[in-house]
Design a protein around this ligand. Structure first.
Ligand SMILES: [Cu+2]
Length: 293
């Protein structure tokens, strides 16, 4: 009975996965999800398109190779093939089986490299936002607007019905839709990775180093992500929420945020400029991870 129920669940999950339109997935991972989250940025759209193209090539290769294998097993088994062939080399056959895979690899490399360069470009007139990883939360700075704030997970005991457990945060990273955003990423303690799957972005935050990537969100909404570089005890509890809003809503938010986060801005600024803070954090990391005698 147990096995039948398990099988039923797998079957239902599979049917749901192949029949549900991709818009159902939302902007975070869901149980039984089989595909990508709905893409909401130009980079994610291109990543999904490349993935779909490659999938076709992979399926064709798998079918051709399997067909050849099954034909060989059928045609050249000991019963049907009593006299063995003495052929050991065939120049043209060897040229063909080297050339075809080489052409396929080049064919795959061209769109891949194009996509890498698209993701790696530096956009013009971008909005600058700085992302700082901490054990175990994120800070965001809008240097041009003098706004800075921390973003912490909502703990289970405080979760509201509209929030998502382990994914919702107290202060979302608010960005305007359709505007290129230049993200500069760093860390105050250990390696973290800032990643939002539906926006197709992921970049390590490295202490003492500034990484950069660009982002553009196509439609308003909440986009969820998580730290993607194991960074210590509470690595699983430092989610990311990007809230994309229209440019009017963004202007309103900026004004409100200036007052709301005025105190935090000064504190974070002081912390960023203070190297002792950095060593203190590292010291704490070692304390946590070394067994006490
Ligand atoms: Cu982490």
């Amino acid at each position: 009975m147990h096995v039948i129920n398990g099988m039923k669940r797998i079957l239902l999950g599979f049917l749901f996965a192949i029949t549900a339109p991709s818009v159902c997935w939302g902007n975070y991972a869901t149980p039984w999800q089989m595909g990508f989250q709905t893409p909401a940025s130009p980079m994610m759209q291109k990543i999904v398109a490349l993935h779909d193209q490659l999938l076709v090539v992979i399926i064709v290769i798998a079918i051709v190779v399997s067909a050849l294998l099954f034909y060989t097993v059928y045609r050249f088994n000991a019963k049907r093939n009593k006299t063995l062939s003495t052929t050991t080399h065939h120049t043209w056959l060897e040229v063909i089986w080297t050339a075809i895979p080489a052409i396929i690899v080049v064919g795959l490399a061209i769109p891949s490299v194009k996509l890498i360069y698209f993701i790696d470009q530096e956009p013009q007139n971008a909005l600058n936002i700085k992302v700082i990883g901490h054990q175990w939360y994120w800070s965001y700075e809008y240097p041009d607007q003098s706004i800075a704030f921390d973003s912490y997970i909502i703990e289970d005991k405080n979760i509201q019905p509209h929030q998502i457990r382990l994914l919702s945060v107290d202060n979302n990273l608010v960005v305007p839709v359709g505007v290129p955003i230049c993200l500069q990423l760093t860390s105050m303690d250990v390696l973290h990775s800032w990643s939002v799957p539906s926006l197709g972005v992921k970049k390590d935050t490295v202490p003492g180093r500034l990484n950069q990537m660009w982002l553009q969100v196509d439609k308003p909404g909440l986009y969820y992500g998580q730290c993607s570089e194991i960074c210590g005890m509470n690595h699983g509890f430092m989610p990311i929420v990007v809230e994309a809003v229209t440019s009017e809503e963004y202007t309103v938010w900026i004004e409100a945020a200036k007052t709301k986060f005025a105190a935090q801005h000064t504190l974070i600024r002081q912390a960023s400029n203070n190297t002792h803070f950095f060593t203190f954090k590292l010291g704490r990391f070692h304390d946590i991870n070394t067994p006490r005698s």
